[in-house]
Design a protein around this ligand. Structure first.
Ligand code: ATP
Ligand code: MG
Length: 450
């Protein structure tokens, strides 16, 4: 019998010899994202499948692109389809309010937070108790109270650092805060309720242990109390200073926190709000019992310019895989990560760790000024670099592990209507209001033009 011996050639030789053969395929299952422009057909991605197939090891994605290149549209499109594939969705802080309709259409709830609005979220809330710890062992009462305490300390530190602009708390401030959290918790628990920032203010002032006469510690407590007061009597009052007025239902497919009414607030206030909303969402979703969930951070560039939030995010991302979470952080350019600190600083190292942990990186059109940094940080080759300034709206390079795919995100007409953020083109119809017409085959279809 004759056998075809075949030829052994390197990939680039094969590509030259057979120029019309399609590019690499991901070979994985999941909801469609769009079209692979280098061949390979429809591009489907399910991060949990990629993880199972050993194509990624971290469960986070960074999405870069200049203003208006279609980043949010891609996130909405993909997340909606992931929900249809049985995953859940959480949008940590939606400053433009652009996810509201999407989440409602998915049958989820939208929590509206802002000055003068009646809803309150308690960033010190315990959250949903998972049955296992991050190692997969049964979570003990002790382990759970440690988890809650760490989270409370972390969000209070974050808020204080944002409000004061300081890099680190002094050791006296740290001690005072640590003690105040314990006292606030004891007080609240004796009244069978959850501690709030008002309890912490109390614990730092009239509720202080007056047997401690250390003057430095007393000064630190007073100064912390003054800072925290902004949360209950300043411009942030009424949002995060009491028990939550909403409960989180882990069985719902989607949830978002709409902070659009804070668009005109100061940058500090917005950052505090986004940290508090992020913590609240994370406390609710860090729970493998509730299934797989995507958590979207819009305006990620704002979070990583601030050390405290960045630290919180790095820590949380490390836990993502163990808790069934996949994170998406949306930013403008890779160098936004460098704004977190001078090169060589601890901040820069943390930003780098965020970049390294994100095993999926999607790059939309970049300004010429950002090309060099993007190319080197994301290890792109010359051909990919040349494509960056030319990418059309809705088209991006997907870096998954060491492979790169050029993908055009495709939307259906109803999706385009729903996701469109261009206010001029926007219709305000909900699905219940649109009229139905007959198409040429007599089938009833939605009349989006009406
Ligand atoms: N795949 C696509 N095909 C055609 N048009 C698109 C596509 N994706 C986005 N657009 C259009 O581009 C505009 C901007 O999209 P989008 O808001 O998603 O961009 P963005 O990158 O999130 O912007 P920003 O930086 O302001 O947050 C919208 O009007 C949207 O309809
Ligand atoms: Mg956007």
């Amino acid at each position: 019998m004759m056998r075809e011996p075949g030829v052994n050639v390197a990939g680039h030789t094969a590509a030259t010899a057979y120029p019309f053969i399609s590019g690499p395929d991901l070979g994985a299952f999941g909801p469609p994202v769009g079209t692979n422009l280098d061949g390979g057909g429809t591009f489907c991605v399910d991060p949990w499948e990629l993880y199972r197939a050993n194509l990624i090891s971290g469960m986070s994605m960074l999405l870069f692109g200049t203003v208006g290149t279609g980043k949010s549209t891609l996130a909405k499109c993909w997340c909606t389809r992931l929900v249809q594939f049985g995953k859940k969705l959480a949008v940590a802080s939606d400053l433009k309010g652009e996810w509201t309709e999407v989440v409602q259409q998915l049958g989820g709830v939208v929590i509206q937070i802002g000055t003068g609005l009646p809803t309150r979220l308690n960033p010190l809330e315990e959250g949903v108790r998972p049955s296992v710890d991050s190692m997969g062992n049964q979570l003990t009462d002790e382990g759970w109270s440690q988890m809650v305490r760490t989270r409370r300390m972390s969000i209070m530190e974050t808020v204080i650092k944002i409000l004061t602009g300081q890099e680190e708390l002094t050791s006296d401030e740290h001690t005072a805060l640590d003690d105040a959290i314990d006292r606030a918790t004891t007080r609240a628990e004796s009244e069978k309720r959850t501690p709030t920032v008002v309890d912490i203010s109390w614990a730092l002032t009239e509720g202080r242990d007056d047997t401690i006469t250390d003057e430095e510690l007393a000064r630190a407590s007073r100064s912390l109390a003054k800072t925290i007061r902004r949360l209950h009597s300043g411009d942030l009052g009424g949002m995060f200073d009491g028990e939550s007025t909403v409960t989180f239902d882990p069985s719902l497919p989607a949830v978002s926190i709409d902070t659009s009414s804070m668009r005109s607030s100061t940058q500090k206030a917005r950052r505090v709000a986004s940290a508090c909303c992020g913590t609240w969402i994370e406390a609710m979703v860090t729970n493998p019992d509730a299934g797989q969930r995507v958590v979207v951070y819009e305006e990620g560039w704002d979070s990583v310019t601030n050390r405290a939030d960045l630290q919180r995010m790095v820590e949380n991302w490390k836990l993502a895989r163990d808790y069934g979470i996949f994170n998406i952080l949306i930013m403008h350019k890779v160098t936004d990560l460098n704004m977190a600190g001078d090169s060589g600083s601890q901040m820069a190292a943390m930003a780098q760790s965020l970049l390294a942990d994100a095993d999926i990186k999607v790059i939309y059109r970049q300004d010429p000024a950002a090309l060099r940094a993007t190319t080197s940080q994301l290890e792109l080759n010359d051909k990919e670099r040349a494509q960056l300034p030319l990418l059309q709206k809705g088209t991006g390079l997907w870096r998954i592990g060491q492979k790169t795919f050029r993908i055009r995100n495709t939307r259906t007409t109803p999706e385009a209507e729903l996701f469109d953020t261009d206010q001029k083109l926007r219709t305000t119809k909900s699905v219940d209001e649109v009229s139905m017409i007959e198409d040429e085959h007599g089938q009833l279809i939605t009349d989006w033009a009406a």
